[in-house]
Design a protein around this ligand. Structure first.
Ligand SMILES: *Cc1c(COP(=O)(O)O)cnc(C)c1O
Length: 395
C-alpha cells in the first residue's frame, strides 16, 4: 500500500483559522475593511518594524517596493540567482536591469564580496539598489550589506519571503529580526501556502520609513490619495466651497490594485498567532535532519542547525540528485529543487547571462534538493524520509 504523499511544504489550517474566515465573510467588509489593518498591526509587531502594508501577494509586494523606490528604465539592481524569479522580476516590471551576483557556497546567500566587487568595478552611481534574499529561511547579515549600501548610496529591499521569525545577531550581538527595517529600506513577505504563514495568496511589506509607507499605501490602491491636505487640484475645481467635498479624491500616481481581501487578512492574522509554534517545530525538524545526516558521506552540504534560521526549506546537497529525487517520488515523497538559477532562465539568458557566469550558484543547483519541511510533518513521516534517503545511498 502506498503511503500518504509527503510534499516539501504545506499549509496548516486549523478550526480556529476557518472560524476567523467565516466570521469575516459574515461581516460588513469582504475587502478594504478592518481585518487588513489588524493584520498589518500584528505583523509589524511580529517583525519589530514600524509599518506594515498588506498586499495581494509577495510579487505585488516586490513590485510596489520597486515603484516606491522609483526604479526606472535602465536602473541597475543587484540580486542573487538562487531565489524565486519574482525577486529579480520586480526590477524588470519597472524597466530596470537585473545584475546577478554569485552566492556564498556555504550559506547559499548572496555573497557580499561578489556584490562589493561589482560596485568597485563600476563607475560610482551605476547601481541603485540591492535585493538580498533570506533564502531557505536563513537571515542575510543586513548590517554588513547596509554598510556597503551606505558607501555606494544604494537602497536595500530584503526579500524575507522565506524567513518570518528568522533573525541574525549583529556586531553588538543584538538580535535583528527579518523585516525589522533597521538596515533594509523595505522588506517583503509572502503568504502563499508553502510559506510559514498562509492566506491563500497574500503578501506584506514592512518598513520604518514613513514616507515610503505612505507611498506604498497610495500605490496599492491605484495611486489614489484621499487627504484634504495633499490635493493638487483646487477646491473650486473639486466642486466645493471653503473645503473639498466629501466625495473628492485624486489619482496622483500610476498605481495598481494590489489589495488583499479582509477574509485573507483574517486568515493571515489567525495563522500569525501560531507562527512561533510553527517555527519551533520547523527548527526541531531541522535539528533531526541535521543530526541524522551528520556523518553521511553522500552529503556534500546541508542546511544544518543555524541560529535564527527560519527553515522555510531544509536543503541537502548530494551526488546523483536526479536519482534520489526520482527514488523519493516513487515513495510519494515529493522533494523539490530550490532553485533553478534565475540568470539561466530563458528570459534572463536573453539579456546575455550564460552558464559559467555564477559558478557557485550553478554548482549548488547541480546538487541541491529540499526535503519535506513543514510544522505538521509527523515524526513518523520524517523518519520515513530519512530512512529512504539513507536507503538510496546504501545500495
Ligand atoms: C514566494 C516567493 C516570492 C513571491 O511570493 P508570491 O506570494 O508567490 O507572489 C518572492 N520571493 C521569494 C523568495 C519567494 O519565496
Amino acid at each position: 500500500m502506498k503511503n500518504k504523499p509527503i510534499p516539501y511544504g504545506r499549509q496548516n489550517i486549523t478550526e480556529e483559522d476557518i472560524q476567523a474566515v467565516v466570521e469575516t465573510l459574515k461581516s460588513d467588509y469582504l475587502t478594504q475593511g478592518p481585518k487588513i489593518m489588524e493584520f498589518e498591526k500584528a505583523f509589524a509587531e511580529y517583525t519589530d518594524s514600524k509599518y506594515a502594508v498588506a498586499v495581494a501577494n509577495g510579487t505585488a509586494a516586490l513590485h510596489l517596493c520597486a515603484l516606491a523606490l522609483d526604479v526606472k528604465e535602465g536602473d541597475k539592481v543587484i540580486t542573487t540567482p538562487i531565489t524565486f524569479a519574482a525577486s529579480a522580476n520586480c526590477v524588470r516590471y519597472c524597466g530596470g536591469e537585473v545584475v546577478f551576483a554569485d552566492i556564498d557556497a556555504e550559506t547559499y546567500l548572496l555573497n557580499i564580496d561578489a556584490v562589493r566587487k561589482l560596485l568597485e568595478e563600476a563607475p560610482r552611481g551605476t547601481y541603485k539598489g540591492i535585493i538580498p534574499v533570506d533564502f531557505a529561511g536563513r537571515a542575510v547579515n543586513l548590517e554588513a550589506f547596509k554598510i556597503l549600501a551606505k558607501e555606494y548610496n544604494l537602497w536595500i529591499i530584503e526579500d524575507a519571503c522565506h524567513a518570518p521569525g528568522g533573525f541574525f545577531s549583529d556586531s553588538e550581538n543584538k538580535i535583528q529580526i527579518c523585516g525589522n527595517g533597521h538596515f533594509a529600506d523595505l522588506a517583503i513577505f509572502s503568504f502563499h501556502p508553502v510559506k510559514h504563514i498562509a492566506s491563500g495568496e497574500g503578501g506584506m511589506i514592512t518598513t520604518n520609513d514613513e514616507g515610503l509607507y505612505n507611498k506604498l499605501l497610495q500605490l496599492r490602491t491605484h495611486g489614489i490619495v484621499k487627504n484634504d491636505d495633499l490635493y493638487q487640484n483646487s477646491i473650486e475645481f473639486a466642486g466645493g466651497n471653503q473645503k473639498y467635498p466629501g466625495w473628492y479624491m485624486e489619482m496622483q500616481d500610476l498605481g495598481y490594485n494590489y489589495r488583499i481581501t479582509d477574509f485573507q487578512a483574517a486568515l493571515g492574522s489567525s495563522q500569525l498567532k501560531r507562527a512561533d509554534e510553527g517555527l519551533r517545530r520547523r527548527r526541531e525538524i531541522a535539528q533531526k535532519y541535521s543530526s541524522e545526516f551528520k556523518d553521511e558521506n553522500f552529503i556534500k552540504g546541508q542546511s544544518g542547525v543555524i541560529e535564527g534560521h527560519a527553515y522555510h526549506l531544509y536543503i541537502i546537497e548530494v551526488e546523483d540528485r536526479l536519482g534520489l529525487y526520482n527514488f523519493l517520488r516513487e515513495q510519494s515523497i515529493f522533494a523539490q529543487i530550490h532553485y533553478i538559477p534565475c540568470h539561466l532562465m530563458p528570459y534572463y539568458r536573453d539579456f546575455g547571462w550564460k552558464e559559467g557566469d555564477m559558478p557557485k550558484a550553478e554548482n549548488y543547483y547541480n546538487h541541491c534538493i529540499s526535503l519535506p519541511m513543514y510544522p505538521t510533518l509527523s515524526a513518523e513521516e520524517q523518519d520515513f524520509v530519512i530512512s529512504k534517503v539513507k536507503e538510496y545511498y546504501s545500495e
